[in-house]
Design a protein around this ligand. Structure first.
Ligand SMILES: Nc1nc2c(ncn2[C@@H]2O[C@H](COP(=O)(O)OP(=O)(O)O)[C@@H](O)[C@H]2O)c(=O)[nH]1
Ligand SMILES: [Mg+2]
Ligand SMILES: [Zn+2]
Length: 370
C-alpha cells in the first residue's frame, strides 16, 4: 500500500510503526499542513550536521538542509523531533508538542543569536524523570528546582529516587520528597539491585517518550541500562572524595526499550534558570502560594511584614524555613527575568511556530486564488 496516501487521509488511523514511535494527531495535523505529501521520521540521535533518524525500520543518517522549510528561523532538529526527510536530507521540523530546556529563561535577542536553541535538551516528551540518588546527591532544595524547571516547560514530572540500596531508611527519604512534591509520583528504586523498576512501566508503554534529568552521578545512565537490559550508556563511578560523578554521557540518543517505551538520557545539569509562564512556582509550592493569599498586604514579600501568613506558617512549624527560603530564592530569580522582559524559551518556541503555521496557511490560500 502507498504509505504516503495514508498520511493524507485524516479519517484513517495512523500507521502502527509511527504510533510506536510516538506519533499523535498533533504531528499528523502538522504534517497535513505541509503543501505536499511527506514521510515523517523521528530524530533519535546526532547533532549539528548529522542526525540519526528512524522511519520505523533501520535507522539511518541524514543531514539537515541549509535552510529548513516550514520551520521557524533558528530552529534546528534535536533528539525527539519529528522531521520530514527527503533524499537523506531533513527538510523540515514538524511543530513540537513541547521542549525540555536546560535554562527556561530566554529572550528574543538570545534566540536570534542562537543561544536558546543550544539549551534545548529534547523535544516531544511525555514524562520527565527527575532522578535523584539516595546518596550525597539527595537534596530537597535541588528537587524543587528541577520540579520548577519541568513545570516551566509545561511538562509532566515523576521523581525517581534511585540507589535505595545505599540508604538505611529509603522510605523515610521518599516521605520527605512526597512532602515537598505535592502529588508528583515518587518512585523508590535500586538500579543495582533491580528493585522497584516495574513501577516505571506505566511511563514506558509503547509510543511513550521519557527523558531523564538530574545531577551528574545521580544514576540516570545506570537506570537506562537496567531498563534496556544491557550497558548502552556509559556510567561513571562516583568519586568518593567529592561525591560527584564524572561527566560520562556524551550522546543524547533516543533509546527504544524492550517495553516499547523510549528514553532520552541527559548529561547532568550544572545550572538551571527559569522564568514563569506556566505558573511553575505556584505548582511547586502550592501550600505557600495558598497562604500568600491571606497575607495582610497584597504585595507582601513574606520576609518581614506583619500579618504575613507565610511567616506565621514558618513560626508554627507548618512550613519548613528552608522551604520558604527556596521559594523566595526562586521568586527572586523569576522577578529578575520578569524585569528584563524576558520570555521563556518554551514560550518563544510556541510563538514562532504559530507564525510559521499562519504563513503556510496564507501561502496555501494564495495558491488557491492564483
Ligand atoms: N549502589 C548503587 N549505585 C548506583 C545505582 N545506580 C547508579 N549507581 C552508581 O552511581 C554512579 C553514577 O551513575 P550514572 O548512571 O553514571 O549516573 P548519571 O551521571 O546520572 O548517568 C555509578 O558508579 C553507578 O554505578 C544504584 O541503584 N545503587
Ligand atoms: Mg550518565
Ligand atoms: Zn506574606
Amino acid at each position: 500500500m502507498d504509505e504516503q496516501a495514508t498520511f493524507n487521509h485524516p479519517l484513517q488511523t495512523f500507521p502502527e510503526h509511527l504510533i510506536r514511535m510516538g506519533w499523535t494527531s498533533h504531528f499528523q495535523t502538522a504534517l497535513e499542513e505541509l503543501p505536499s505529501p511527506c514521510t515523517p521520521a523521528r530524530v533519535i540521535g546526532g547533532c549539528k550536521n548529522s542526525f540519526l533518524v528512524n522511519q520505523g525500520t533501520t535507522p539511518f543518517s541524514v543531514a539537515p538542509a541549509a535552510t529548513l522549510e516550514y520551520t521557524p528561523e533558528g530552529i534546528q532538529p534535536v533528539v525527539g523531533d519529528w522531521v520530514v526527510v527527503k533524499d537523506e536530507i531533513i527538510t523540515s521540523v514538524l511543530e513540537r508538542r513541547n521542549i525540555l530546556v536546560r535554562g527556561a529563561a530566554g529572550s528574543k535577542h538570545k534566540q536570534k543569536t542562537g543561544q536558546v536553541k543550544e539549551q534545548i535538551m529534547a523535544a516531544n516528551i511525555d514524562t520527565v524523570f527527575i532522578v535523584c540518588g539516595l546518596d550525597r546527591d539527595f537534596n530537597l532544595r535541588r528537587l524543587e528546582r528541577y520540579l520548577t524547571l519541568v513545570y516551566n516547560c509545561g511538562l509532566t514530572p515523576a521523581i525517581v529516587l534511585t540507589k535505595a540500596d545505599l540508604e538505611q531508611h529509603p522510605q523515610q527519604r521518599a516521605d520527605e520528597v512526597e512532602a515537598i512534591a505535592f502529588g508528583v509520583p515518587v518512585h523508590l528504586i535500586s538500579a543495582h539491585e533491580e528493585n522497584g523498576l516495574s513501577a516505571l512501566d506505566g511511563y514506558l508503554a509503547p509510543g511513550q517518550t521519557v527523558t531523564l534529568i538530574g545531577s551528574s552521578g545521580a544514576g540516570k545512565s545506570t537506570l537506562i541500562n537496567r531498563l534496556y537490559g544491557a550497558d548502552l550508556q556509559a556510567t561513571g563511578a562516583v568519586s568518593k572524595r567529592v561525591g560527584k560523578g564524572r561527566h560520562t554521557t556524551t550522546t543524547r540518543d533516543l533509546i527504544t526499550l524492550p517495553s516499547g517505551g523510549m528514553v532520552i538520557d541527559n548529561p547532568g545539569m550544572r545550572e538551571i534558570t527559569f522564568s514563569d509562564d506556566h505558573g511553575a512556582l505556584d505548582t511547586t509550592f502550592p501550600e505557600i502560594e495558598f497562604l500568600t493569599r491571606s497575607c495582610r498586604f497584597a504585595d507582601c514579600s513574606h520576609t518581614h511584614e506583619p500579618g504575613c501568613q507565610v511567616l506565621d506558617g514558618v513560626a508554627s512549624g507548618q512550613i519548613p524555613r528552608e522551604r520558604l527560603d527556596s521559594y523566595l530564592k526562586m521568586q527572586r530569580e523569576l522577578a529578575f527575568f520578569a524585569n528584563k522582559e524576558q520570555k521563556s524559551a518554551p514560550q518563544i518556541e510556541k510563538e514562532t511556530w504559530k507564525g510559521v503555521s499562519l504563513k503556510i496557511k496564507a501561502m496555501k490560500k494564495g495558491k488557491k486564488k492564483g
